[in-house]
Design a protein around this ligand. Structure first.
Ligand SMILES: NC(=O)c1ccc[n+]([C@@H]2O[C@H](COP(=O)([O-])OP(=O)(O)OC[C@H]3O[C@@H](n4cnc5c(N)ncnc54)[C@H](OP(=O)(O)O)[C@@H]3O)[C@@H](O)[C@H]2O)c1
Length: 346
């Protein structure tokens, strides 16, 4: 069968993306052929097109960090927890911007009925990242107060909502235009262009139980100082360095070294660099089981109305360049979704 996919050929502007059609072999043992209903634009593609994502593949490659689709064919009858015709979600890092993909069936997570493909897609990368950081890394609990940077972003808005749904108090930084949206999710908004440490100290004089920081640079130093005794800093990006020249890997390695030094200090506080993929190569079975458990919980919370998804706009596959350009425009509220069927009456 033929698959249509979007290729990032080299470092370049979004308009350099190319559409290609290639033969897709039949699924081998343990594989599943999935018809993609929705993928999305994450911050990772914004870094990848600049050649700055810290463990990106060699060019050319097909971007697409996650996807939701329908299983069309299985390579072997016992292919994990999925069946033909089932809607599934997958975390792929690359490859999702296509209309059909071959994936390991064991990596697929069933999507419950009552949730659309686009809704589910908004929860895969962002939801798994938020859940793992809150409950597996920082291990925060009801009654704690945490600081979420970029509280209106993709990961940030899920950190806020998942924390709030567990009774955790949230202080959330955002730009002036997003203060109201952050308050609506139940967090106390703080303008990140103001004096964030001073404002957080007013709101939480004893410090916070955890800080989730994707900004990097000087923000990480401030975040560390805002922790209460026993608190945990979870750093998970260096968004502030996106437009700087130089290696993304070096920036992350410097950050990781700084956090490791802090973590070694005998002061009862913890500092980690979170990597969504950590453990996948070393303990794949455990990683898959945890991902399935976490996504199933998050889909359940959406189904129960405890969290909401926000979709900014849905683009057809052939307009991936416009989708990426829009995602970088600084005007987005919610997820930019790429749906191969969009615009075809599906
Ligand atoms: N380590 C991992 O495994 C992992 C996994 C997933 C994502 N990530 C990282 O997570 C980060 C967020 O990804 P995303 O998809 O959620 O991006 P996103 O939707 O673009 O959200 C980013 C948010 O950052 C906010 N922001 C910009 N400058 C800021 C500043 N100086 N202080 C505080 N907030 C600021 C923006 O707020 P306004 O809109 O209000 O300006 C925006 O809401 C990226 O750096 C990505 O690489 C890491």
């Amino acid at each position: 069968m033929k698959a249509t996919e979007v290729v990032l050929p080299a470092v370049g502007e979004p308009e350099s993306l190319e559409l290609r059609v290639r033969d897709l072999p039949k699924p081998g043992p343990g594989q599943a052929l999935v018809r993609v209903e929705a993928s999305g634009v994450t911050f990772a593609e914004q870094q990848m097109r600049r050649g700055k994502y810290y463990d990106m593949p060699k060019f050319p490659f097909v971007p697409g960090y996650d996807l939701v689709g329908v299983v069309e064919e299985l390579g072997s009858p016992e292919s994990g927890p999925v069946t033909v015709g089932q809607r599934v979600a997958a975390l792929t890092k690359t490859g999702g911007w296509a209309d059909h993909v071959l994936l390991d069936a064991a990596d697929l997570v069933p999507v419950p009925q009552g949730i659309t493909a686009a809704e589910a897609e908004t929860l895969v990368t962002n939801g798994a990242t938020a859940w793992r950081m809150l409950f597996r890394t920082a291990k925060v609990r009801g009654g704690d107060t945490v600081l979420v940077h970029g509280a209106n972003g993709g990961v940030g808005s899920l950190l806020v909502q998942l924390a709030r749904s567990s009774g955790i108090h949230v202080i959330g930084t955002a730009s002036a235009r997003n203060q109201e949206a952050v308050a609506t999710m139940g967090a106390t908004p703080v303008d990140y262009r103001g004096d964030v440490p001073a404002r957080v100290r007013e709101l939480a004089p004893g410090g916070v139980a955890a800080v989730f920081d994707h900004v990097g640079g000087r923000s990480v130093d401030d975040s560390w100082r805002l922790l209460a005794p026993g608190g945990t800093l979870v750093s998970y990006g260096s968004a502030s360095t996106r437009d700087r020249t130089g290696s993304g890997t070096v920036a992350v390695l410097k950050l990781v070294a700084k956090l490791a030094t802090w973590n070694a200090l005998p002061n009862g506080r913890h500092a980690y660099f979170f990597n969504l993929w950590a453990g996948k190569a070393r303990r794949p079975e455990r990683y898959r089981a945890q991902l399935r458990e976490d996504l199933t919980r998050i889909f359940g919370l959406l189904g129960a109305g405890a969290i909401e998804t926000r979709i900014d706009r849905i683009y057809p596959l052939r307009e991936a360049a416009a989708a990426l350009r829009h995602a970088e425009s600084g005007t987005v509220v919610g997820k930019v979704v790429i749906a191969p069927g969009a615009g075809h009456g599906d």
